[in-house]
Structures are given as structure tokens and as C-alpha cells.
Design a protein around this ligand. Sequence first.
Ligand SMILES: *Cc1c(COP(=O)(O)O)cnc(C)c1O
Length: 372
Amino acid sequence: MSVSVSEKVLINDFRRDPEELITSQVAAVERVLRSGQYVLGPEVVDFEKKWADYSGVPFSVGVGNGLDAIEIGLRAIGVGVGDEVITTGMTAIASVLGITRAGATPVLADIDPRTALLDPESSARCITSRTRAIMPVHLYGQVRGMDGWRRFCSDHGIFLVEDCAQAHGAVESDTPAGAFGEWGACSFYPTKNLGAVGDGGALNTTCESTALTARKLRNYGQSERYHHPLLGLNSRLDELQAALLSERLKFLPQFTERRKGIASAYYSGISTEKVKLLDPPLEPSAHVHHLFVVLAIDRYKLGAHLATRGIQTLIHYPIPVHYQQPYAKIIRDPEGLTATERHATECLSIPCHPNMTDEDVDHVINSINDFE
Ligand SMILES: *Cc1c(COP(=O)(O)O)cnc(C)c1O
């Protein structure tokens, strides 16, 4: 079967955004242009309030990107040089880079192969007298076992912080992602569930003083004009991105519902022993299906097969952080990171974006089930 380019099922397809969303974004761009104010103005204030409300936290601080959100978040709670922060190597490198950039020492624990999320037993083996924080990454959109992580942190006397880049709006047992510990770092990279038309990020927190410090850090460490009590960054969310994000946020609830619908169709429709699925969420609100990842021993063959059917696939992530050259000597679980390494060789992301049609979803399911 041959499929023309316009019929391809892509991992993300913003060209298929609803016309109403495109029009409202064009109006938002004009609104900012005519306002004459382009950095840290009313659009940022307005978006921060809307994002905090949507996320279920009292404070949100707009920043330049998700990487900076992690650095700023750690610095805001005083985690830095000499402090170890445990996280996972099955993530975007930015998770770990943010820890390094804050001056702290990242330590990698292994994942649970059923979910690809940070594993508590491996994390316990990573605890030392220098451990100050642990940062679970809500990979693929899943928030899971957070009560356990809270206990883990109080038992060890360390901070809980969350990488929420992939889990916008996820809620586990009535607590939203980003509200379990000190803060949640958000990214608005275009492909995230809420994406900007460029780069953006936010630090969500339930703690007012963390928010206040983050506000200073994002703007040269400035408290009031020309007063710089801290050594800060230049990591400001700009007015244009904030205005565009406010428009896109209006569509996020319906987009998230659509992602959930696609994922549940995949869970019930994909049935071939060639492909394994990760554990489904324990409660629907706790997974926002940023990515839908399948596991296959023959994943390159599966990817090639799907490509012949016009279906794009990607790999999240093919090279774990400890295989990246700057992190070759990163401290890790003394028993190794075997589940992380295995996941990296078998995972394949299939399309799961809100602009997919029902026909697209059926086409993906049938094509996977046809894989020999
Ligand atoms: C995208 C992403 C980041 C980094 O966000 P940027 O805005 O690209 O800096 C961090 N962590 C995870 C898990 C991500 O997916």
C-alpha cells in the first residue's frame, strides 16, 4: 500500500492543529506586537496564573526552558556543589544536565522495566551521606508511586523534586504532578503536551519562598531594579511565547482527553506477541500519554515495517545518559543500570498526538498487528 506524504501518521503534526487555534494564536501575536512590551510583561503574569491553576499549584514561574527550570529549582532550594541528586538515565539528557548546571552531582539509579520509571530499590542503593534530593522523571506522561517517593524522601531526609516536562496536568491520588515535593519543572518545548512556538518552561511549586527565589534567579538574580542579591541567569519566558501558550492552554484539556483515548485504543487493540506494552496507568488521571512507547526485540525492523505503512516512529531514548560522553563516569547504582540499558535497546515510540484521526489510530494498530 502506498501512502502520500500528507497522509503520513507522524509522531507530532502541528499542521493539523484546529483552525480555531491557529487563528487565536495569530491574534495573540498581533496583541503582543501592538503592546510594545516583549519581556516580563502582562502576558507572562497572566500565563503564569493560568498555568498554576491548570497545574493545581499556587505558584508558577515562567522561565526560558525545562533545562533552566531544573537548574533554577535546585538552586532555589539550596542544592548545589557537593550535593548528590539521584535521578534516572532513561530520560532526556536535560534532566541530568540541569543537576550538573546547578553545580550538584547527578547519580543514576535504574528503572523499573514495567514502567521505565525510576526504581525505588535501585535508588536506595544510591543513597550516600551527600544525597540531598531525588528527582523522579514522569517519563512518557506517567505519574506513579509518588506516595512511596514521599516516604522515601522523609525516611532519608532528602528533598523530593519532579521533572514534569512530559506530564502536564497529570494527577495521582488527587495530587497534581509538581506538588508532591519542593517543585516540578515544566518544559514547553513544542512537542510537549503543552508546547510553545519555540522554547519555554516553568517552575511549579507549592512553596512561596521557592517561587520568589526562582523569580530572582531567572532575571539575573534581581530583587528590584539594579539590586542583585543572587547570581542569576537570563532565563525569562518572553511575552510572545506566554501569549501563544495561553491560547494553546485552552486546548490542552481536550488534547489530553484525545491522547488518553488513543492510548486506551492501543491498549485494547495491539495484540501481537512481537510487541510488549508498558504497564497501563493505575488511574486514568495519572497518565497524560505524552508518548506511547512499545517494546520490541526487533524494534528497528518494526520501525521499518511501520515506515512502509506511512507511520513515523522515534526512540525515547536510544542512548541512556551514562552512555553519553560527558557522563561516562557518572556515579550510578553499584549493581548497574541493566533495566535502563535493556529498555534503550527495545523501546519504540508510536504516534499518539491529539490531531490523529480514528482512522490513523486503527491504521497504526492494524499495522503493528501485521508485523511478522
Ligand atoms: C523536554 C524535556 C526536558 C527539557 O526541556 P527543554 O525545555 O527542552 O529544556 C527535561 N526533561 C524531560 C523529561 C524532557 O522531556
